[in-house]
Structures are given as structure tokens and as C-alpha cells.
Write a protein that binds this ligand. Structure first.
Ligand SMILES: *Cc1c(COP(=O)(O)O)cnc(C)c1O
Length: 396
């Protein structure tokens, strides 16, 4: 189909829940995608953060093909090797504990919230309140929309869930003031993605950790966007030097294939007993094969080091653009998770880049979010910077 035909069919048959741009993508490889007419784009925001490995990484493609021919899905009342091996890999990459598998980010956070409540409700006196951060994003289910610290996400879906409080991010005094005898967990993203690539202060996080330890409060890190090597470490908590009690993952965990997970530290890892939580599709042989291949690709390609080096290169180039274009207020990031905050709305820049063959993202109206795949090449960064430079020159 040509792009207009595809768009017309969406208009008739697909619910209009997403803000869309007139681009129908039919093929992808590495840092690039091609539209229905064959035009090439440099993809510096692959799949809203799903494409850590870029598109169609050969190691993942091979693993999916092989596993699909053998066994796609089994029920979770039986065992299979892939889930055992993937859980072992996740634990060896993070901290001592156990893993629950699911299919998406919202489900990972939903499960983490359920674990925290189950844990708190077994305390005496019972505790079941969770504190989250302003401008956070945790998903689109009712519980995760309630946890999300942006009003618009929950608007129109009231009543939202009781038991959630939101405080400003990076504000220790506000957090301390919000804690009550019923607080069981504090949940945050070490770098807010949707919130505009806002990075948690190391001293703040360390103080939050101490607070949680003193009051037996669970610290939940949502690393759905920051995890899997994006920041130059396998998980961003390692960059910031504070280990959570529960870690949630999804997005690039499956190299493009849907899979989510949350990890709970050993002391609370058996909180959810048989019959308390579950998911039919979760941790299938096919999904686990894709995720195991993702870890293999990260290791074989030395992608943690690459993310760090390419991230530094990208930030250097963006800071040079900042000197040239007065509308760039700040360039910030860790590894290949980078935000460019503007003094004006970023929509025009986004659209100009799209026209010139570069896909990025604009969030919170004024922050360009740039998250190229970890396999990105210097040449591709140079190309993207040239397009951005042009766009700034034309639009501002
Ligand atoms: C994308 C995202 C989610 C939601 O994940 P879905 O797979 O869309 O449900 C949750 N938290 C963060 C930080 C995210 O970036």
C-alpha cells in the first residue's frame, strides 16, 4: 500500500489513541528505517526506547527464527529452559533476588505495585501507600496511570486508585514530608524519560535509599526506558550508585520483541505466592529467546562501552550546536539517553527533522529526546547533527 492508503485505513479501523505523523514504515535495519515509498530515515528514537539494539539485530532475528520453529508458547504452570536462563541472566546482571516476567512496561510496574502492597499489607500495622514523582511516567493501566505524576495521563479516567501520593522530583524535603506510617514504597525513574530526560541527583538518591532503609520502605526503580545498556551500564542505577529493592524493565529487554520483567531483592522475592499474580503470555519461550539474544548482542558488541563513548560524542556535538543556536537552553544526558531543552517549543524542529530524514522525539513541549540505538556509528551521529543544525537554522 502507499502511505496515504495506509493512513486512510487507520482512520477507518484503528482507534485514534496516538498523535501520529504521516509516515508509514515498512522496513528497518540498524539505525535506519524505510517508509512505504522507499525513503530512508535515520532513526534516533527507535520504537519509543524499544530499539536499544536498533532494528532487526541479526543475533535477535536468528534467535527468534530458531525458537519459533521449536516452541512459541507454553503455560506458566510448566517449565522451560529459556525462562530459567533469562531469570539467571537478569539476576547475575543486577542484584540477588528473583524475577517475575510479563509483557510490557505497564505490567512490570503494575506487578511491582502489587508486590509492594502485598508486602505492606502483611506488616503490622498494615502499610499500602506509594509515593511517586512529579512528571514521572509509569504506564497507561489504571494503577500505573495513577502512579504517573502527570495529571493529563489520568484525566477522564476517574476514579483513579487510592493510596498514591506524588511529590516533586529531586526534592528530598518534600519526599520526607509526604512519608506517613502507611507508606510502603517510593517509586521513581532514575532518569525521567517522558518527563524530559531529567536525571536524579546522586546525593538525592543516596538520601532516598537511606530513608527507605531506616523506615523499611521499598525503593522501586522504573528502568523500563533507562535499562539494558542505554546509559553505558546495564542498568542506570549502577551509574548513580544506588541499588533499588525492586527494578522494573521492558522496552528494549527483548530487542524489539515484547517482554517485561520486574526483579525483587531476595528478602521480598517470595512475597507473591502461587495464585497471587500471573500472566498468560508472560515469559514465553519466544520472548525469552529474544531477551537472551539481546543480552548476548550487548556483550558481543561491547555495547555498554559503545553507549558511553557514542553518548559522549553525541553530547559533544550537541554542545557545539548549543554554542551556535541560542534556542538551545541545555544539553543533558547519561550515555545514549540525551535531552536537548529549548527555550521554544520543539514541535517545529521535530517536524523539520522528520522531513529531512531524521526521527527523534519531543517531550514536555520543549525537550528534544534523542536516544539512538547502542549500535549507532559516529558517521550516523554526524549525519543527524547536520540535519539538526539545518533544522535549527531554518526554524529559529
Ligand atoms: C514506556 C514506559 C512505561 C510503560 O511501558 P509500556 O510498555 O508502554 O506499558 C513505563 N515506565 C517508563 C519509564 C517508560 O518509559
Amino acid at each position: 500500500m502507499n502511505t496515504n492508503e495506509t493512513i486512510a485505513m487507520y482512520g477507518k479501523y484503528v482507534m485514534p489513541t496516538y498523535t501520529k505523523y504521516p509516515l508509514a514504515i515498512s522496513r528497518g535495519k540498524g539505525s535506519r528505517v524505510w517508509d512505504n515509498e522507499g525513503k530512508e530515515y535515520l532513526d534516533f528514537f527507535p520504537g519509543w526506547g524499544v530499539g536499544g539494539l536498533g532494528h532487526n539485530h541479526s543475533v535477535v532475528v536468528k534467535a527468534i527464527k530458531k525458537q519459533a520453529g521449536k516452541l512459541i508458547h507454553i503455560a506458566n504452570n510448566y517449565y522451560h529452559d529459556g525462562q530459567a536462563l533469562l531469570a539467571k541472566e537478569l539476576i547475575s546482571q543486577s542484584f540477588s533476588g528473583k524475577v517475575f516476567f510479563c509483557n510490557s512496561g505497564a505490567e512490570a510496574n503494575e506487578g511491582a505495585i502489587k508486590l509492594a502492597r502485598k508486602f505492606g499489607n502483611s506488616n503490622n500495622p498494615q502499610r499500602n501507600e506509594i509515593i511517586t514523582m512529579g512528571e514521572s511516567f509509569h504506564g497507561r493501566t489504571i494503577a500505573t496511570a495513577t502512579a504517573t505524576g502527570q495529571k493529563r495521563i489520568g484525566q477522564g479516567f476517574e476514579p483513579l486508585l487510592p493510596g498514591f501520593t506524588t511529590v516533586p522530583f529531586n526534592d528530598l524535603a518534600a519526599l520526607k514530608a509526604a512519608i506517613t506510617p502507611k507508606t510502603v514504597a517510593i517509586m521513581l525513574e532514575p532518569i525521567q524519560g517522558e518527563g524530559g530526560v531529567r536525571i536524579a541527583d546522586k546525593t538525592y538518591l543516596a538520601a532516598v535509599r537511606t530513608l527507605c532503609d531506616e523506615k523499611n520502605i521499598l525503593l522501586i526503580f522504573d528502568e523500563i526506558q533507562t535499562g539494558m545498556g542505554r546509559t553505558g551500564e546495564m542498568f542506570c542505577y549502577k551509574n548513580l550508585g544506588v541499588t533499588p529493592d525492586i527494578l522494573t524493565l521492558a522496552k528494549s529487554l527483548g530487542g524489539g520483541f515484547p517482554i517485561g520483567a520486574f526483579i525483587a531483592k531476595a528478602e521480598i522475592a517470595d512475597t507473591l505466592q502461587p495464585g497471587t499474580h500471573g500472566s498468560t503470555f508472560a515469559g514465553s519461550p519466544l520472548a525469552c529467546a529474544a531477551a537472551l539474544a539481546t543480552f548476548e548482542a550487548i556483550e558481543k558488541g561491547k555495547l555498554l562501552e559503545k553507549a558511553e563513548h557514542m553518548g559522549a560524542y553525541l553530547m559533544k556535538k550537541l554542545n557545539a550546536l548549543k554554542k551556535k543556536h541560542a534556542v538551545i537552553r541545555e544539553v543533558r544526558g547519561v550515555g545514549l539517553m540525551v535531552g536537548v531543552e529549548l527555550t521554544v517549543e520543539g514541535k517545529k524542529i521535530y517536524e523539520e527533522c522528520l522531513k529531512s530524514g531524521l526521527l527523534i522525539n519531543c517531550t514536555q513541549a520543549v525537550v528534544l529526546r534523542i536516544m539512538p540505538p547502542l549500535i549507532v556509528k559516529k558517521k550516523e551521529i554526524d549525519q543527524a547533527i547536520a540535519i539538526l543544525d539545518e533544522a535549527f537554522t531554518r526554524c529559529t
